[in-house]
Design a protein around this ligand. Structure first.
Ligand SMILES: N[C@@H](CCC(=O)N[C@@H](CSCO)C(=O)NCC(=O)O)C(=O)O
Ligand SMILES: [Zn+2]
Ligand SMILES: [Zn+2]
Length: 186
């Protein structure tokens, strides 16, 4: 297959987390007045995401995104540069208006993942955050511009590095969404 970059942190195999990471500071890509956000948790359910909405570094076709309890997040510096990307989205992503990096995403409505904020662990200035554990929304990469003929190779590459590819979320998270929906509909 072609030289597609899944993500800079996936292209040469996974770097495992320390297992003891308890949070740190997320920093955007601005050279001047970067936005800094404190997080008091490791990235939970960390995964590669091929959807069109999650932030990706330049040249990558997958995002790496995980969640943290929202009460562990606080904006430390230059929060005036943050703006919500898409107000109507389930996940309201707070992006830096200078560089476009998403610092965190929050769900304000009733939802299985309410109370969890979405973050990109590669933005931690510290090392040791959890590695991604699976790949989600893989087929959505086509919506982002990937040629469908590349998909077999992309799925094979994920399997090679130990990440099971799914076209939605992984079974435990899909079960959590379905459990929430079942309770709401009861
Ligand atoms: N095909 C669409 C899928 C977008 C989508 O549903 N993304 C998921 C996963 S984001 C991180 O896991 C989601 O929950 N989105 C809610 C939201 O973004 O508000 C596409 O690619 O756009
Ligand atoms: Zn920035
Ligand atoms: Zn996504």
């Amino acid at each position: 297959m072609s030289n597609i970059s899944l993500h800079p942190l996936l292209n040469d195999g996974l770097t495992l987390g320390s297992g003891t990471f308890a949070g740190g500071t997320l920093v955007c890509h601005c050279a001047d007045k970067p936005v800094k956000v404190s997080v008091g948790s490791d990235a939970l359910h960390n995964h590669a995401c091929g959807c069109t909405k999650c932030w990706k570094p330049d040249g990558a076709i997958f995002s790496i995104v995980g969640v943290v309890p929202k009460h562990t997040i606080s904006v430390l510096e230059n929060g005036d540069k943050l703006a919500i990307v898409e107000e109507a989205a389930t996940i309201q992503r707070y992006a830096c208006t200078g560089c476009g990096v998403h610092l965190f995403g929050r769900i304000e409505k009733a939802h299985a993942f309410h109370g969890l904020d979405f973050i990109h662990a590669e933005l931690f200035e510290e090392q040791g955050a959890a590695a991604p554990g699976f790949a989600a929304f893989v087929s959505s990469a086509i919506e982002g511009g990937v040629d469908p003929v590349e998909m077999d190779g992309i799925r094979a590459r994920f399997k090679d590095i130990g990440l099971e590819p799914y076209d939605c979320l992984n079974p435990p998270l899909m079960d959590a969404l379905a459990t929430f929906a079942a309770k709401q509909n009861a």
